[in-house]
Design a protein around this ligand. Structure first.
Ligand code: SF4
Length: 356
């Protein structure tokens, strides 16, 4: 496991990004931002799921004007996502905790300067959000569909802001292609000290996004690249957070929540492990305490896995063992196993939290 790159630390509404700050998880609403009620509702769901920072799209003036009302009803930092219209960025800068723009798309230098000054006045960072599908024309022509084009665009936009004396920056380099995304982040990492917001853009449905994001974000995280991240999934909110947290955990960059080890089952199984593990997954999703649990179909690997687990089940014929930290604490009928197992998991989570 490589050490994390030492990046400059910025502050997005109280959430630190970069340096030695924990890698935060972000998401984005899909309501019309001007629909304050629907947007706040979605943000509350994300908050509850463990989202650290939320972003909303600001395509029209009404959306920019809705930001104040939204901000007053939520408790996580709010980021405004703005393309082209610097006036919306100026309205947003009065309220939000960060603005995502591409300075090159905002227009003349004087307009970008106005936006940068407005952000500086309130100490709010700007995310330079390079998107592989909408590069500035010069980079698209010269480096079509390559990571190099994204990196050149990022460097151009960074310099754009630096020339204006603005350095409160984070950078993202998202393409819909996982490999190109990872290559771009890798290429840019040694060239700048600004923190990176990781993500694969338009990553698709839960199935496709989970795979693309795990490949791109997982490999980058293991290489020590990445300070904050978003997993984008079509039409999902809570699942974005759940997936991002799992990627963080399984790439060794965070240790909160439950890690479930379960066997795939095979011809040796004599109990309904599949139903049991689904119930266990659902009922332990809320646990933030780091716990290893294992659910195994028979004795073949169960004892070995149970030694590594805080709480484990080893199924037998219509019955099973509950094992805690390697010690068998109960032998129960299959119908009673999951209930008791969940009680033990909750007890362990409370204990670890208390000790923790
Ligand atoms: S633990 Fe037992 S039931 Fe599960 S896959 Fe292994 S051998 Fe099969």
């Amino acid at each position: 496991m490589q050490e994390r790159f030492k990046t400059k630390q910025i502050n997005v509404g109280g959430v630190l990004i970069g340096g030695d700050a924990p890698i935060s998880v972000q998401s984005m609403t899909f309501s019309k931002t001007r629909d304050v009620k629907a947007t706040v509702e979605q943000i509350k769901r994300l908050e509850l799921a463990g989202c650290d920072i939320v972003r909303v799209a600001v395509p029209e003036r009404e959306d920019a004007e809705a930001l104040r009302a939204i901000k007053s009803q939520i408790s996580i930092p709010l980021v405004a996502d703005i393309h082209f219209n610097y006036r919306f960025a100026l309205i947003a800068a009065e309220t939000v905790d960060c603005i995502r723009i591409n300075p090159g798309n905002i227009g003349s230098k004087s307009r970008v300067k106005e936006v940068a000054n407005a952000c500086k006045a309130r100490n709010i960072p700007i995310r330079i959000g390079v998107n592989g599908g909408s590069l500035e024309k010069e980079f698209e022509t010269k480096y079509a569909n390559t990571p190099k084009g994204m990196v050149e665009s990022a460097l151009y936009n960074i310099k754009y802001l630096e020339d204006l004396g603005f350095t409160d920056i984070k950078v993202s380099l998202k393409a819909s292609d996982a490999v190109r995304t990872a290559q771009a982040y890798r290429m840019l990492r040694p060239l700048t000290e600004y923190p990176f917001h990781l993500g694969v853009t338009e990553a698709g449905t839960l199935f496709h996004s989970t795979i693309k994001s795990s490949i791109a974000l997982g490999s980058l995280l293991m290489e020590g690249i990445g300070d904050t991240m978003r997993v984008s999934i079509t039409g999902e909110l809570e699942k974005e957070i759940q997936t991002a947290r799992a990627i963080l955990r399984y790439s060794g960059r965070a240790f909160d929540g439950v890690n479930i080890v379960s066997c795939p089952t095979c011809g040796r199984i004599q109990a309904d492990l599949v139903t049991a593990v689904r119930e266990i997954e659902e009922k332990t999703a809320h646990i933030k305490t780091p716990l290893n649990i294992s659910v195994m179909g028979c004795a073949v690997n169960a004892i070995g896995e149970a030694k590594e687990a805080d709480v484990a089940i080893a199924f037998g014929k219509n019955s099973g063992l509950i094992i805690k930290k390697g010690e068998i604490i109960a032998k129960l009928d299959e119908k009673d196993l999951v209930k008791r197992f969940l009680e033990e998991v909750e007890m362990e989570a409370a204990k670890e939290k208390f000790n923790g």
